[in-house]
Design a protein around this ligand. Sequence first.
Ligand code: SF4
Length: 368
Amino acid sequence: YRQDFRRPAGIRALLSAIERQLAAMPTPSRPWQLMEICGGHTHAIFRHGLDRLLPDCIEFLHGPGCPVCVLPVEIIDQAVSLARRPDVILCSYGDALRVPGSQGSLLAARAAGADVRVIYAPLDLLALARRHPNAKVVLLAIGFETTTPATAALLEVARAQGIDNLRVLVHHLMMGPPLRALLADGGCRVDGFIGPGHVSLVTGQAPFDFIPREFGLPVVISGFEPTDLLASVLMLLRQLAQGRAEVSIQYRRAATEAGNRAAQALIQRVFEPAPSTAWRGLGELPGSGWQLNPAYAAFDARALLGGGAGPAAPPPAGCGCDAVLKGQIKPADCPLFGRACRPASPVGALMVSAEGACAAWYHYRHEE
Ligand code: SF4
């Protein structure tokens, strides 16, 4: 089925249409800077070489939509502190275990004896908590609106079944606020956004409506295959040529304007907006994440940390993650890229996940 979206004939037709559209633009040779918000898009662009297939005047900027990439050092430090407790089983998604904190990663903690486990779905923790009634089974719960409903489902079931040894360390994020912060910062010029298809499945287009309304920029919510992304580029160029700015959906086979209302309701039953949330590279952003609502406060793993959450840790020396996340530099411009920072020994979080801009750049562009 996916091959339908990878056929050379379809790709060639879209590239020709893009070239015709570029020739008809008011300023044909202007560099058009398009930010793909989602890490899945970043990976697909590099994997399929779309940046090379497109004319040089189209430049991709890599946005803040990879949840592993924006995990702040202090959250990793908190997770490592929890994992080191003898009564804790710490669980999370595979890539999260490799993100370096100031005292090493969760994988390093596991190598030193901590009980750290990879999970594929949050509901897996129900059986684990039942099998280990004397342990605290903690989920490092990360991600945008794509993974937040799964954490909410876990907690609803755990509460209904009276499972009282389960905890969550929450770093669930909203997609809109970092984009607002980037645009307000003005540190890089963006002409349009390729919107995140998977987040939009849950949220619909509402989190992105402010971009055309307040900043006059177009957004196209895109699928993840080569023809999806090229069609989205074409849709963005058409809006720019016609002086339009609106949110439109290319990924019609999955995303809708309203999103998944059942998943939205599930999030609202378990979480509430946190006053402020820390992001790697972007700092504290008000209203950008979720916290447990009072009915679920007993599941909060931070209560196990005792002396509070601890201060925000500084980034590693020389780390360029913040500038890459803001679209101000390319990964290869970071002084650590390919030297101190490689996929096998990441210094920054953008080198950890396959969806991270630095990891994608390293795998598909480095040493060519
Ligand atoms: Fe961050 Fe490493 Fe990328 Fe530099 S090369 S921006 S330290 S992930």
